[in-house]
Write a protein that binds this ligand. Structure first.
Ligand SMILES: [Zn+2]
Ligand SMILES: [Zn+2]
Length: 342
């Protein structure tokens, strides 16, 4: 076992199999929490004020530990590497672990992971080939105008009005610049300007995100956002500065590995409970592993069988814990199945 991989990541390796035909499978469990104050009144409520496991990553750690316990006592057809990964929510952890060599020595040939998923009832598993989680880009736009008296707008260049037009124009990218057969979301999530009712401020700041499953809109988005903001600003006599960052690419499941995972999931929950078509425009930095090695990421249903699930990232987030048993079964079996030569 090795700690401090990618800052606070932990990697456990169980070697096995013939040395002349080495095979190594990586099982990934992310472990970070979120800056949310928990409102659940349960014995396992977070003991850290302002922080809670609002995405189920504590469940991923529990599943990872159980998988280690199960595989620890078995003769394996190859090597299993368990990667407990930090900083998924801020999209840094997978990259940091890769930079620290988690995919090397021994070389990883395939990677699997799961996310407990409250949008699916417990007892179901969502698996499919291809892109299932979106790319995550972040942008910040500063609009520079000229401040002045609210009653004399002609003496100013109003960045608030420019910002409003920029917001509308960025939404038009999805409506009019994207091929409708490609998935895409643009969300402006922060708008900041001004400090008084009678003063036109000198600048306005916008922040937001672009999500895609790859393709043309993914390639074009940085230029489209920049040109749109700058073009609109120029039309009003203002200036726009755009900072655009790619955080993670789309998460793409390998067809063969997805078939393997669907097969073991069917053994665990029954074929009728393995769902195809479960996708989200949320992001996942598991995508960094799957850009480098073939693998599959699946959704393990953790919502209630009946009734409304608590949303991920909400202060009332909780899971049906039967999902932990299912997750551990699916992850152990997919590792064994892959090492058998699946
Ligand atoms: Zn999350
Ligand atoms: Zn998550």
């Amino acid at each position: 076992m090795k700690s401090g991989v990618g800052k606070t990541g932990v990697v456990a390796v169980r070697s096995g199999g013939p040395s002349d035909r080495p095979r190594c499978v990586l099982l990934r469990a992310d472990m970070d929490a979120l800056p949310v104050e928990e409102t659940n009144d349960v014995p396992y409520r977070s003991r850290h004020p302002g922080k809670m496991h609002a995405c189920g990553h504590d469940g991923h750690v529990a599943i990872g530990l159980e998988v280690a316990r199960r595989l620890g006592g078995l003769a394996l057809g190859g090597t299993v590497k368990l990667a407990f990964q930090p900083a998924e929510e801020v999209s840094h952890g997978a990259q940091a672990m890769i930079a620290d060599g988690v995919l090397d020595a021994p070389t990883v040939n395939a990677a699997f992971g799961i996310h407990l998923w409250n949008d699916l009832p417990v007892g179901t598993v969502g698996v499919m080939a291809g892109p299932i989680m979106a790319s995550v880009d972040e942008f910040e736009i500063t609009i520079l105008g000229r401040g002045g008296h609210a009653a004399a707008p002609h003496q100013t260049v109003d960045p608030v009005l420019v910002a409003a037009h920029v917001v509308t124009a960025l939404q038009s990218l999805v409506a009019r610049r994207r091929n409708p057969f490609e998935e895409g979301v643009v969300s402006i999530t922060q708008v900041n300007a001004g400090h008084a009712f009678n003063v036109i401020p000198g600048r306005a700041d916008l922040r937001g995100t672009v999500r895609t499953f790859g393709g043309r809109f993914f390639d074009d988005a940085p230029a489209l956002v920049e040109e749109t903001a700058q073009g609109i600003a120029a039309a009003f006599g203002a200036r726009a500065e755009v900072r655009y960052r790619r955080l993670s690419g789309p998460l793409v499941n390998d067809a063969h590995m997805a078939a393997l995972m669907a097969e073991v999931a069917a053994q665990v929950v029954g074929k009728e409970n393995v769902k195809s078509g479960v996708r989200t425009m949320g992001g996942e930095d598991m995508s960094y592993f799957l850009q480098r090695v073939p693998g599959c990421f699946a959704f393990v249903g953790s919502g209630p069988r009946n009734g409304k699930p608590s949303p991920h990232h909400s202060a009332g987030f909780d899971i049906d814990e039967e999902s932990l048993v299912i997750g551990a079964e699916v992850m152990s079996r997919v590792a064994l199945r892959y090492l058998e030569g699946g």
